[in-house]
Design a protein around this ligand. Sequence first.
Ligand SMILES: [Zn+2]
Length: 205
Amino acid sequence: MSDEFFYPNVWGLSILLALEEILGKNGVSAALNLAGLTHYVNNYPPDNIKKEFPFEAVSKLQQALWDMNGSRGAQVLAVRSGESTFTYSLEKFGKVQQAAAAAMKVGTKHMRIKAGLLFFAKFFNAVSDQQVRVDEDDTHWLWVIERCPMCWQRTTDEPVCLLGVGVLNAATKWATSGDQFRIKAVQCIGMGAEEGIIKIEKPSG
Ligand SMILES: [Zn+2]
């Protein structure tokens, strides 16, 4: 087990609970066993914000889901669990929701979304060992993952950081009271890239 980098326990927990809703408890146990994470079977991380859920557990679990469900199925699972992780952690990190809303009380829709992304990047960097930053070009915002648990020590031929896509789906929807955005993982450290990149298409107007 890598003991260098961690997610907060509550993120590990909410990923597993989200998977349970889709796969059932047995399905999650099977994935954990396949991933070599037997110590989490019927023993999910506690519901707290301590940084104790290792990056290695995140990536091994994702890998196991890939092996069991194929790339398409695993992508759906990853996106779903990312969405619930975002929703669950907003509740968990109490004041975050208000602080995020306050940060987004600025100007145009584009400015609000950018402010929201910057806020969440800062928040994620503070509560986990994942490192992200926000860039943009004319048509997209870029969620740039400098240190990534999803493809941690994996070698892949496609972007696998779909948990992040799920988180951003939920975050942008929340930030805009329900708008849908085109969000796509385009580059992944697991593919040999220097950084992971998830693109969020800017809405017109
Ligand atoms: Zn990655």
